[in-house]
Ligand binder design. Structure first.
Ligand code: APR
Ligand code: ZN
Ligand code: ZN
Length: 369
């Protein structure tokens, strides 16, 4: 019997991304197969392509998507065929010390196997091309017609939510809103700045609006992104294409901010974020830099002013708890996802979508298999 094939976008070690037919094995114990309805293109996909992170290759790319469960492996509880799901790129083990301590976004086996080795929990991959094994990417590999993921990475949501919108909850929105509501726990009345207004930064701005922040300042080098930031709740915008961010933020608010979020993750934006916080403030580092980079800050100022630097991995998200809530907020009109989606393309146009993101012309583009 011939093995089932699906169309998928494979990232090869030479950085080429190619849409091709690949073999997808059926789900093993504790795994589910999901038919992808839509998948978002994220800056982290570009990081992988550009070799900024050690990612096992070749791999089926993509880590933000939503779809419908099509089959269940042995022993899967809590999911049914036909369930609508948003995929999570931390498919938690549920039993390591971080999972036990209610910090599932730090799940150790997810980090060691799913991330570092590009395999599922049994140490193998469901993806093949001819005799070659392909890797999973972030345990999701959403740029495909169908995927097999750990059951814990398929988060059921209400069926009246449009999957080709809520797909972006799985990375940009969980990461950005979560950085504000979970990692920083920004209280009402806080004064805050967000550096970078891509899909992640705009989600931070929306999290700040939901939290009731008294002042939200959006920082970007692209006026079009700043206009969107304003529409999504920023009170002030700063175009730093010609000026230094830390200076511009000091000019705007000499006492510094309660929270400054780095939603880009360049060394300089991280340093700017730390430099712009006020007494008792916190810098929240959400954007991910290249592996191995280091940033500098003034430790005495940090001690004197009682400041904090918070790393926010996946917005400190508990997917089972937070994804359905984020979808509910969207359906209730409290969270704007439509504005974050700049368009959709067929999966075959993945390279055009990646280029648009790299060039700064797109927010989230959804790929439709
Ligand atoms: N200062 C201010 N804004 C900048 C600068 C800069 N030096 N450089 C780039 N930007 C802006 C871009 O104009 C763009 O609007 O930062 C934004 C980045 O957005 P995206 O490329 O859409 O990235 P996004 O998907 O939001 O991800 C941001 O979070 O998850 C991580 O890996 C991801 O590190 C990435 C970050
Ligand atoms: Zn992402
Ligand atoms: Zn765990």
């Amino acid at each position: 019997m011939s093995r089932p094939t699906v169309r998928a976008a494979v990232l090869y070690p030479d950085q080429a991304v190619t849409v091709t037919e690949v073999v997808l094995d059926p789900p093993g114990p504790g795994e589910v197969e999901v038919e992808i309805v839509a998948a978002g293109v994220c800056r982290s996909d570009l990081h992988a392509i550009e070799g900024h992170w050690p990612v096992p290759l070749p791999a089926v790319l993509g880590h933000e998507g939503a779809g419908i469960v099509t089959s269940l492996g042995a022993g899967v509880a809590g999911l049914e065929v036909g369930d609508h799901v948003v995929l999570s790129w931390v498919p938690v083990c549920g039993s390591c010390r971080h999972c036990a301590a209610q910090r599932p976004w730090l799940c150790e086996p997810a980090d060691e196997l799913i991330f570092a080795q590009g395999v599922l929990y049994d140490g193998t991959s469901r993806w093949h091309k001819g005799d070659d094994r392909l890797h999973h990417f972030f345990g999701v590999s959403a740029f495909a017609e169908r995927v097999v993921v750990p059951a814990s990475g398929a988060i059921p949501i209400r069926r009246d939510a449009p999957l080709d919108v809520v797909a972006i909850v799985g990375c940009a929105v969980a990461t950005g809103v979560g950085a504000v509501l979970n990692t920083a726990q920004v209280p009402a009345g806080a004064e805050l700045a967000v550096i970078g207004c891509g899909g992640v930064g705009l989600s931070c701005i929306q999290g700040a609006r939901i939290a009731g922040a008294a002042r939200i300042v959006a920082v970007d080098v692209n006026p079009a992104k700043l206009a969107i930031a304003k529409a999504l709740g920023a009170h002030d915008t700063v175009d730093v294409s010609q000026t230094d961010t830390a200076t511009a933020l000091r000019d705007l608010q000499p006492a510094g901010f309660d929270y400054v979020i780095d939603a880009i993750g360049h060394v300089e934006t991280t340093e700017q974020a730390i430099a712009a916080i006020g007494m008792g403030g916190a810098a929240v580092i959400v954007g991910a830099p290249r592996a191995g980079e280091t940033a500098r800050f003034d430790p005495l100022a940090l001690v004197d002013a009682g400041q904090r630097i918070l790393g926010s991995n996946y917005g400190s998200t508990d997917p089972r708890r937070d994804f359905p809530r984020l979808v509910d907020r969207y359906m209730a009109g409290e969270l704007d996802l439509d504005t974050l989606i700049s368009g959709s393309r067929p999966l075959t146009e993945i390279n055009e979508a990646l280029k648009e993101l790299a060039d700064g012309h797109a927010l989230r583009t959804l790929l439709i298999p």
